[in-house]
Write a protein that binds this ligand. Structure first.
Ligand code: SD4
Length: 366
């Protein structure tokens, strides 16, 4: 038998792990389900506004608005519910679960996600800003709206709008520079020459990702061995309105499969979603059916991968193409063996299982 029930979460989000653990370890029979535990855990983070970047009142976009991305995946049925860029509703993961439980769809976005969530009984429309999110945004405006996520543009004014310029010929898009400029002063002074826009983009990594955690990704295996995973986040701080990160995208931020295990991610979602990295979950005890369906898992298995190696492999696959990439993943196999890997920052994840007396936080060096 494996070591479960077990709860794993990105970052030292102890309260979230406790909330999930309470559900999944409930005495009497089977205890709560893995899905319900993930919802409880991610909801706890939304209410607590973990790191100021999950739930209502967290990181604003360029317009000062906080929106939510969330996903829940049931590894027994392979059903998924997700919402992205959801406005005016505070309960991201609950909205995602409503999509999974009450529709044949997988993913709803924007204001239509809002209407759906409210029609299904969640509270709203609600203001998702908080004194903290307003202050964060006000300071950013006062510092001339450092444009973390634009590239190959010229600003017409101090805080945009931005107009596109041609990508210099001969440059591949991948190497074409990510954002024009990082000195806050200059951005307000009007137009830039295209040649000044060629600096590789690191300010984004420093200012947005490195000092921000941004996301809860959680995986749970319940007493019955059922696996679930989920995420909840505001996405990237000062994102361009409408931006959707990896958070709500299956296989990009989180993935769960009873027959294999689960994984969860945090970091630069704009990059991670290009690799669907976490489909490459732990390759232990795979059976022949899976081979037909999931090529990436097969690859892991073919190499006989443990969770740790699968996590490192997925991270390295991205880092080979994006050396400045900042991100992390945890992986857990269906036996409850877990591991983490990261690049560009030091990662921590939290675990509680039946052999532990309390939540343990594990630090993973890059
Ligand atoms: C996103 N992955 O929306 C999230 C942000 C994050 O640590 O996790 N940052 O890109």
């Amino acid at each position: 038998g494996g070591i479960f029930p077990v709860v794993v979460s990105t970052w030292p989000f102890r309260e979230a792990v406790r909330a999930a653990w309470e559900v999944v370890s409930a005495s009497g029979g089977a205890g709560g389900s893995a899905v319900d535990a993930v919802v409880a855990g991610c909801s706890a983070c939304e209410v607590l506004r973990c790191d100021g970047t999950v739930g209502p009142g967290g990181s604003p976009d360029e317009n000062g608005e906080t929106t939510l991305d969330a996903l829940i995946m049931d590894g027994t049925t392979m059903e998924i519910g997700a919402v992205a860029a959801m406005r005016y509703v505070k309960d991201g993961i609950k909205a995602a679960k409503l999509v999974m439980d009450h529709t044949e769809h997988t993913f709803l976005v924007g204001e239509k996600a809002t209407s759906f969530a409210i029609s299904m009984g969640l509270a709203g429309p609600a203001d998702l800003s908080s004194p903290e999110s307003i202050e964060k945004w006000t300071i950013w405006r006062r510092n001339h709206c450092q444009p973390n996520f634009w590239k190959n543009v010229v600003p017409a004014g101090s805080c945009g709008p931005y107009h596109p310029i041609d990508v210099p010929s001969g440059e591949s898009k991948a190497s074409a520079k990510r954002v024009l400029e990082r000195t806050q002063g200059d951005i307000c002074q009007g137009l830039f020459e295209p040649n000044n826009l060629l600096e590789p983009m690191n300010s984004r990594l420093k200012s947005v990702t490195r000092h921000n955690h941004d996301t809860i990704s959680m995986a749970v295996i319940d007493k019955m061995g059922r696996v679930a995973a989920g995420t909840s986040t505001n996405g990237a701080t000062f994102k361009i309105p409408g931006r959707v990160g990896d958070g709500p995208i299956p296989g990009s931020s989180a993935y769960a499969d009873d027959e294999v295990g689960a994984c969860g991610a945090t970091g630069d979602g704009d990059i991670m979603m290009r690799f669907l990295p976490w489909l490459e979950t732990p390759g232990i005890d795979l059976n022949i059916e899976i081979i037909k369906f999931k090529q990436t898992v097969v690859e892991s298995m073919r190499r006989g991968m443990e969770p740790r190696d699968a996590a490192i492999d997925a991270i390295l696959r991205i880092a080979r193409r994006y050396p400045d990439f900042v991100g992390a993943v945890f992986a857990i196999n269906k036996k409850g063996v877990h591991a983490g890997a990261c690049h560009g920052w030091t990662f921590q994840y939290s675990v509680r299982n039946s052999s532990m007396q309390h939540v343990e936080v594990i630090t993973v060096a890059p």
